[in-house]
Design a protein around this ligand. Sequence first.
Ligand SMILES: NC(=O)c1ccc[n+]([C@@H]2O[C@H](COP(=O)([O-])OP(=O)(O)OC[C@H]3O[C@@H](n4cnc5c(N)ncnc54)[C@H](O)[C@@H]3O)[C@@H](O)[C@H]2O)c1
Length: 490
Amino acid sequence: MIPSLPPTSVPRHGRVDQPTDLCVVGAGYVGLTAAACFADLGHRVRCLEANPARLDLLREGGIPIVEPGLDELVAHSVEAGRLSFTGDVREAMGEASIIFLCVGTPPRPDGTPDLGQLERAARDVVTATERDLVLVTKSTVPPGTGEALEILCAEAAAPGQRVSVVSNPEFLRESRAVEDFFHPDRIVVGAEDPEAGRRVAALYEPGPAVVLSDRRGAELVKYASNAFLAVKISFANEIAGLCERLGTDAGPVLRGVGLDGRIGTQFLNQGPGYGGSCLPKDLAGLLAVGEAVGYAAPLAAAAEETNARARRAVVEKLETALGGLAGARVGVLGLSFKPGTDDTRDSPAVDLVRLLVERGAEVRVQDPLAAPLALPAPRVDKPLDVAVDADALVVATAWTDYAALDPGAVGAAMARRIVLDAVNVLPTERWRDAGFVVYGVGRGAATSFHPVVWAPIEWALRSRLEPAGLPERDGLPERDGLPERIPALA
Ligand SMILES: NC(=O)c1ccc[n+]([C@@H]2O[C@H](COP(=O)([O-])OP(=O)(O)OC[C@H]3O[C@@H](n4cnc5c(N)ncnc54)[C@H](O)[C@@H]3O)[C@@H](O)[C@H]2O)c1
């Protein structure tokens, strides 16, 4: 059973005015969602998938990814004869003249995207037919990729065959992919050939804002959007770090900031940093593009640095709380990069497990849904299993199921009652009442405020601190006289 997934309002089985034959290449989060949703709108969709195991599963009626509502949608359209899956490119092309490329563009070790899957897919489809084609990149690609694809296609095309490349970036959020397809904030279409762009825009239901631009602009919209979200999360973590040192709680602070309509509350939460298959990759891609054209992007670079610090900070906090990690038994709750998905690509939770093991901790891990992956620590079935004899627990993914855990039962199984809630999902008071020392992110306790750092109000603090008998040096309260605290809720 899928735990705690948000409700969806699908299937909708709407109808577009002009049903069109489409080919979707790649049946991952983006391709399978697009294929199923386009078919649900009434288009006839054939989906090409290169991975034989994935293809077999789809043909048997299975779904290789976890997305609420997707299984229902796929089953309905397959039964209605509007959706099929194949590994044969000619069969996939059918009568289609609009082809959506939804293959992976994973990062290479230097951060630049590997466009190999895209290049192969484009070559395959163009050489499989002599028809004129509109090739649509839904995959996230660096600006300029559309031009490169058009050159590649012109070389691979049959005499007289015309291929227009259109950019139509995808903005879906995993765990809400179907909802996002039917209710997008915007549809972005970038084309040098206006007729090709118009045909792509017309495939969608009318309603959402449509942004038309040239192809490079559309490609950049996707990079810039994800870079902005990454910057926003890193900014929230920077403010959270300040909150810890000032002895206040980042929760209300960030809410107070985010409720300003110009700012917005989404992606303004403190935690172990951003992760997943998109934000880190696209931010790195943006930086690489900047470098290639000789234009620095210091904000984006700083977001990356702050994100790495946010991940490390969780481990360091636990190290301080436990007085060292070597030999410590730590239970980690969560592996997916966010709740509601099985995706663990570049997940902060997975990073956390690796960092803890590197520092000598004995780690056990649990996640209700995460896809199988190689880990340096054993994975157990139930949340309580990670607690047995543990010195500390870390909550690394904000599954609401973890919020519902009984701290009494968890504590009874543990050697020490220490919990680090890196995603701020636990009801703190309940855990504290059960005898836990609870650490969070960005939740400074009033006692952790170190007045010596705050010179502008030193005149007021001195009058309050002196009667308490704190020693003075050079007119300032002495730093060494104050207890060193790590930010904690305890
Ligand atoms: N996952 C997201 O949330 C998301 C959101 C927006 C954009 N994107 C972008 O969309 C693209 C796809 O992402 P994803 O998460 O769906 O990737 P994915 O890895 O889940 O899916 C890609 C699929 O393409 C298949 N494939 C690769 N080459 C193929 C070929 N030549 N022919 C047929 N099938 C082929 C793979 O086997 C795989 O099933 C990426 O560029 C990503 O950055 C992803």
